[in-house]
Design a protein. Structure first.
Lengths: 90, 475
């Protein structure tokens, strides 16, 4: 019997993880708020701790937590930051 | 096609047997090519081209054997079927041909016309347009188990999507298999009509359901409906599909007894087809991007038709802007249904109070303006609203009034309960629902004073919005 493939037929691509940051001092880090309640409390605390260690913080916010981050936002984070921390949920 | 005379015959045809001597006579005198559908040794003493794979017969659209043709410059310039002596003489240019035979004898059906063979040939043609990967199963492989092990199933057995079945499914639409219908989340994969057809076969759909399934997939994969969020959320929601218009009856959908339950093929498989498209084309699986804490049984399938004929109100799709008489689907992301029991109300006012009391609890009694709600009003409840002359709008307005509460009692912390509205709502009067968030559909069996509430997910542009799409007829 022959059957037809019902999937999108894409092969998963394995990519290596980005290297860990050697140092926080002087690094520009993004903090992404996904617009879930209380994500800001978590990120504010993180921002303080990271700034104490010399990191420069840039804050970002998704328009809604229910949809993937818009392409422009992802590119902006990529252009401005060496790493990003995302607060996932309340 | 060689020039000269062409005959298509089969041994299992008494008329072909009868004309065999005529073909032998012609073969000696004229350029003649004979194609045999079932036996390359027939007719005897004539050079025969084997057409047991029916390629030539199919290409020539042979319906009856014998079919006798005259070909000049590669084109058919004369054609007859069965035995008609005058026509055979005229086409062949042999004046005394078949003198010993009767003047006329009808032929037999071509093998290409036998139902199973015709389906196989149609599939072969359609397969030429199909681009999906073909998976050859081993002789002793159980296709049902293979599909489970490949992760294609929602937990229930699937119908194996053989090329023949998919070709038959594609007869349900005039759209080309390669047409890209939608981008399916979460993998944002381009989804062709062919991929929908494959998943519709697996779900158990009939070809006549395909136009509905195509409209459903299009509606689901819009930014408004936000199938990504509906799938990914930890909340127990999934798509509900309401079908309106003449197609519902035409394909035998259920809008009556047990409308939300088991037992109707169209209801069961259309909803399942969407779920399988999101699973297989979109790559959305429970435990992967589907993070539902509990889920709900409607995530297997939740699709039904509105009982328009018995309704006191305009159909849902008409209310949402589709012209009356046009078939359409409406998708709303909802939890499972909960029943509203009211066997005593005989006035619209009383029944509205029952609905309001039950609606107050959706999501949480202290949360307001959170979601859309699909309300299924059964015939016996609809009768009460009809008797009192309540239009949908009246019922909606009354419910909003009945469900407007002092914000003081809704805010977080009130009544010893941490859940609730933000403090800014204190001192206000807060309606539980916005006017454009209550959607009424008439469905259900004729007996029973039970309606149902299906409450939704985060509403509006930041969540999921109901989406209605007209069903494109076969054209």
């Amino acid at each position: 019997m022959i059957i037809l493939d019902p999937t999108n037929e894409r092969g998963p691509r394995t990519r290596p993880r980005a290297p860990r940051l050697a140092r926080l001092d002087g690094a520009t880090l993004g903090l992404l708020d996904i617009s879930k309640p209380r994500g800001d409390i978590f990120l504010n605390r993180l921002a303080g701790l990271l700034e104490q260690r010399g990191a420069r913080i840039v804050r970002f916010r998704k328009p809604t937590f229910t949809k993937p981050a818009p392409q422009d936002l992802r590119q902006e984070i990529h252009a401005k930051c060496v790493a990003v921390i995302e607060a996932l949920a309340d | 096609m060689p020039d000269g005379l062409v005959a298509v015959v089969k041994r299992d045809c008494s008329t072909c047997e009868m004309v065999a001597p005529v073909l032998r006579e012609l073969a000696a005198a004229k350029p003649l090519t004979v194609y045999s559908q079932d036996d390359p040794a027939f007719p005897p003493h004539v050079k025969v081209v084997d057409d047991t794979n029916l390629d030539v017969s199919d290409a020539l659209d042979v319906e009856i054997v014998p079919t006798f043709l005259r070909v000049a410059d590669g084109k058919i310039v004369g054609r007859t079927q069965g035995w008609k002596r005058d026509e055979w003489r005229s086409l062949s240019g042999v004046a005394g041909l078949g003198a010993e035979l009767p003047e006329f004898r009808p032929g037999c059906g071509s093998l290409t016309q036998e139902p199973d063979i015709a389906a196989r040939l149609a599939a072969r043609k359609s397969e030429m347009q199909m681009s999906s990967r073909r998976i050859q199963l081993g002789e002793r492989e159980d296709p049902i188990e293979t599909m489970y092990s490949r992760g294609w199933s929602d937990g229930l057995p699937l119908v194996p999507p053989t090329p023949e079945r998919v070709a038959r499914m594609l007869t349900g639409t005039s759209r080309a298999p390669a047409d890209v219908l939608a981008t399916v989340p979460p993998d944002l994969a381009a989804c062709t009509v062919e991929k929908v057809a494959i998943n519709a076969v697996m779900a158990g759909c009939l070809p006549e359901y395909l136009p509905v399934v195509l409209a459903v997939v299009e509606a689901a994969c819009t930014d408004e409906f936000n199938a990504h969020g509906v799938l990914a959320t930890t909340m127990a929601v999934g798509p509900s599909i309401v079908v309106n218009g003449p197609i519902a009856a035409a394909i035998g959908m259920n809008s009556g007894v047990n409308a939300l339950g088991q037992g109707n093929r169209a209801n069961a498989t259309i909803g399942r087809a969407l779920q399988l498209v999101i699973r297989n084309v979109g790559g959305g699986k429970p435990g992967g991007v589907d993070r539902a804490t509990l889920g709900n049984p409607g995530k297997y399938t939740l699709c039904f038709a509105e009982d328009e004929a018995g309704s006191p109100w305009e159909p849902l799709a008409v209310e949402r802007g589709i012209p009356a008489g046009t078939s359409a689907v409406t998708l709303i992301a909802v939890e499972g249904p909960r029943v509203v029991v009211d066997q005593k109300s005989r006035t619209a006012d009383s029944l509205a109070r029952s609905l309001a009391g039950c609606l107050r609890t959706v999501w949480h009694p202290k949360l307001a303006q959170t979601c859309d709600v699909l309300l299924l009003i059964s015939p016996e409840h609809a009768r009460v609203f009809r008797a009192d002359g309540w239009a949908k709008r009246r019922l909606r307005d009354e419910l909003i009034t009945l469900l407007t509460s002092p914000g003081d009692e809704l805010v977080a912390g009130y009544g010893g309960c941490a859940e609730g509205m933000p403090p800014r709502f204190a001192g206000e009067h807060v309606p539980k629902f916005s006017p454009d968030s209550l959607w009424f559909v008439h469905a259900g069996g004729s007996a029973g004073m039970f309606s149902a509430i299906m409450s939704g997910w985060a509403r509006g542009p930041g969540g999921s919005q109901p989406v209605t799409r007209a069903i494109k007829p076969w054209a």
